[in-house]
Design a protein around this ligand. Structure first.
Ligand code: FES
Length: 123
């Protein structure tokens, strides 16, 4: 068993290499946390929801990917949205029902759905 510090170092290293790999310029990136805690909390239907909604609307400026541990199990399912201007929004306790609103308001119209973000849920 590795120590917590070692695991965190591995996580940071993986995150960096994933950021490089996923770094495709002017696209919006939707990243769904798919660690076991995320899957247990229902991340799979959320990931499917984003994939389907983005395909249905032909949003070719949006990529949907998955990642492992985001580090905040208690807020899973967690979805991070990265916009080309460098902004990161963290949506927490996501459900398949919430996906359409995030796609319409945020991905299409550029308006963050603040009531689903970690900022308002953690209050
Ligand atoms: S194991 Fe839950 S966020 Fe990492």
């Amino acid at each position: 068993m590795k120590s917590l510090a070692e695991l965190q170092a591995i996580r940071d290293k993986m995150k960096n290499s994933m950021n490089v790999r996923d770094d495709n310029g002017n696209k919006i990136r939707v990243v769904v946390g798919m660690a076991t805690c995320g899957i247990a909390a229902g991340a799979r239907p959320v990931l499917n929801g984003f994939t389907e909604e983005v395909a249905k609307r032909n949003l070719d400026n949006v990529t949907v990917t998955q990642t492992g541990c985001i580090g905040i199990c208690q807020y899973e399912p967690v979805v991070e949205v990265y916009t080309p201007d460098g902004e990161k929004t963290t949506y927490v306790k996501m459900t398949a029902e919430k996906v359409a609103k995030v796609v319409t308001d945020h991905l299409v119209n550029g308006k963050v759905v603040s009531e689903y973000t970690i900022g308002s849920v953690a209050k």
